[in-house]
Ligand binder design. Structure first.
Ligand code: MG
Length: 662
């Protein structure tokens, strides 16, 4: 039997008058705007006080949100209309990765979990179809959307109590309902999901407030529920990472949007404090975000930016000092640099690809604050205004992102190398990996991430996409890197031969040093040296482009056969005894979506007495599918040196010596 102290079951208030009392008690009735509510309340006329409160909110116009500046002028996209209509039948749009959407039953089963992917269960509680229902309501004027939304909103409250129960009690408890509620609360009340609702419900509030279905009684349900949300986050902020940022930004949102709550200022302040603190923790001095994932980098920019916008619109811009705004600007410039000419980001770590249209919208919005930055203006206008920076290649040494580029146009050659410190949760063990773009196409790309977390089947795929061997880097026995802490030994981003030398202490007894030469701004030579007394099979892994690719195993030569003018030839010069292995390869740029492709590794057995295993890979982008260049390459000098490296490379008869010392 559980004690009341251990179970903080936050149910729904009993009789209706007490719900209204409860809601009114949460508000600061001393505010001049609520004078009438206060007067009625003090006379014990609770029903009328609630009606007065509703009238106040229906007329309220002085609080502004950036998402919906004018609810009456809102528009709806075709997919939002579809989600709104399907939601009337309880078919809920939860996740792009699970389409068509599942139906949750006539009597909604909020615990239905058809595929045991945690995201599917968590994201149900983000109610992504609610705001589309609000838009459908506003654009059509059809009350059915408002009536259904209020029903679903209350149904969710009834069926998803916030049950907190400690682990020990949970294990010994025989109370199956409470156990099930507690289990469910882990999904329904995960602070990230709560924060989503906290922000989105301000939109829904604006869209539906004019409906007759938005009654005083519903308003009180809404306010009590909303208050519970904000207090829950306040007590359960995530320890770090993007979740914490999302939560803080939305607390700021909650405190700003509902200043009538007694606790509003506490919420708002907590958001401001967390964001100001975390901008210094999570954003490196070069503008990189510490999860080392382009997708979360972009999301983080938008979190910081939205908080700043809400503060600006509502008169407390000074809450965010210059350091905050400068860090945000560095993050944007970082992102612009690592993306390809089509605005798409590399798929490193847990990144998905954001489309050009989506990203340009972001740049346009950022101009409100960074209108003086010519590069941001250039990106926002698709090159019609503003100016490009006065550099081409650019390195971010703290975050470990290095961009080689021949130019900024579609026809450029661009390589983005990832070789940084140990990243946070969304980062993968991939130090030294890269993506390559040439003449309008991304030729070599990261495998992506495909899926996050869940049951064994889900985890099998998550682990497949995370593994070191499905990156363009070196591994030992196909195992994941034990240490991910790259050091930059040399970065030379200008001239006829540009160079990066980066080193990662990948395994116990095996350090991987990778030297990348960008020659004549046209082609690349990658020198990989695996040094130490480790024994095993060393693998130099390459993920080949999606599409037709020829692999000559003996010659260790791979060439794309694209019928568009973007191809490459990759040829490896490996140590004696090395052989080519072909293995399962995949590419994913969206959640739960993947395309098969080829993967090769150039493998060689290393004994503990072999000081180093050394490879040279030459990658030449070219337009035609056939007739790739004749390539030859060899090392200069006698074996591995800790202070430099030199190679002689011949491409189509033209020989070049490439040498660096560091
Ligand atoms: Mg990856």
């Amino acid at each position: 039997m559980l004690t009341a102290a251990l179970v903080a079951a936050v149910g729904v208030a009993g009789a209706q008058p007490s719900l209204k009392e409860e809601a009114l008690a949460l508000l600061n009735l001393e505010m001049p705007e609520l004078a009438e509510v206060k007067a009625l309340h003090s006379e014990g006329r609770v029903e009328e006080a609630a009606e007065a409160l509703l009238a106040y909110y229906k007329a309220r116009t002085h609080i502004t949100t950036p998402d919906i500046p004018d609810p009456a002028a809102v528009r709806i996209a075709p997919n939002e209309q579809k989600w709104a209509d399907e939601a009337l039948e309880h078919t809920f749009f939860v996740h792009y990765g699970y389409q068509p959407s599942f139906n949750y039953g006539e009597d909604i089963d909020w615990r239905y979990w058809p595929v045991k992917d945690n995201e599917l269960r968590w994201q149900l509680h983000r109610h992504k179809w609610f705001t589309p229902m609000g838009k459908a309501y506003r654009t059509s004027g059809d009350e059915k959307y408002a009536i259904e939304w209020t029903k679903q909103y209350v149904d969710w409250i009834r069926k998803n109590p916030l049950v907190k129960i400690d682990k020990e009690e949970y294990e010994i408890s025989n109370e199956s309902t409470i156990k099930a509620d507690a289990e469910n609360a882990r999904f329904a009340w995960r602070p990230l999901e709560v924060s989503h609702r906290l922000e989105d419900q301000t939109l829904q509030f604006q869209l539906f407030i004019c409906s007759p279905a938005f009654t005083a009684e519903f308003l009180c349900e809404f306010l009590v529920n909303y208050h519970r949300h904000a207090e829950h986050i306040l007590e359960n902020y995530s320890a770090k990472g993007n979740h914490l940022l999302f939560q803080a930004q939305r607390m700021l949102y909650a405190g700003t949007f509902f200043p009538e709550f007694r606790r509003a200022e506490v919420w708002r302040q907590s958001g401001v404090e967390v964001l100001n603190r975390e901008v210094a923790v999570q954003v490196f001095d070069d503008g990189g975000h510490f999860e080392l994932c382009p997708h979360y980098h972009l999301a983080t920019i938008n979190i910081f930016y939205e908080a700043l916008q809400v503060a600006t619109l509502n008169g407390f811009k000074e809450a965010f000092p210059k350091e905050y705004i400068d860090a945000l600007e560095r993050m944007i410039v970082f992102y612009a640099n690592i993306c390809f000419p089509d605005y798409e980001n590399p798929c490193f770590s847990d990144a998905k690809v954001a489309t050009k249209g989506e990203v340009i919208k972001n740049y346009r919005s950022w101009l409100d604050v960074f209108g003086d930055n010519e590069f941001i203006r250039y990106m926002a206008s698709d090159g019609q205004q503003g100016a490009l920076p006065d550099y081409k290649s650019q390195g971010y040494l703290t975050a470990g992102f290095f961009v080689f580029r021949s130019g900024w146009g579609n026809d450029a050659v661009q390589m983005v190398v990832k070789a940084g410190p140990k990243g946070e949760w969304h980062c993968q063990p991939d130090n030294g990996t890269f993506e390559l773009w040439y003449n309008g196409h991304r030729l070599m790309s990261d495998s992506g991430s495909y899926i996050y977390a869940g049951d064994a089947e889900v985890m099998k795929w998550r682990n497949w996409f995370r593994q070191t061997a499905v990156h363009n880097t070196l591994s030992l026995n196909g195992e994941n890197l034990q240490t991910t802490e790259s050091k930059t030994l040399l970065w030379q981003p200008e001239g006829d031969v540009q160079v990066l030398v980066t080193e990662n202490p990948s395994y116990e007894g095996l350090t991987h040093r990778r030297t990348v030469f960008f020659v004549e701004e046209k082609w690349f030579v990658i020198v990989d040296e695996a040094v130490g007394d480790a024994e095993g099979i060393v693998n130099l892994n390459y993920q080949l482009p999606v599409g037709e690719v020829s692999v000559a195993k003996e010659a260790m030569r791979c060439a794309t056969l694209n019928d568009f003018e973007s191809n490459l030839t990759l040829q490896c010069f490996a140590p004696k005894g090395a052989y080519t292995t072909e293995a399962e390869g995949w590419f994913s740029d969206k959640y739960k979506s993947k395309v098969e492709r080829k993967r090769v590794s150039f493998d060689v057995a290393k004994k503990s007495t072999d000081k180093a295993v050394r490879y040279i890979t030459v990658i030449v982008p070219h337009k035609e599918a056939q007739n790739g260049p004749k390539i030859d390459a060899k090392f200069i000098g006698k074996g591995y040196s800790p202070n430099g490296v030199g190679v002689q490379v011949k491409v189509d008869g033209k020989s070049r010596k490439l040498k660096v010392e560091f």
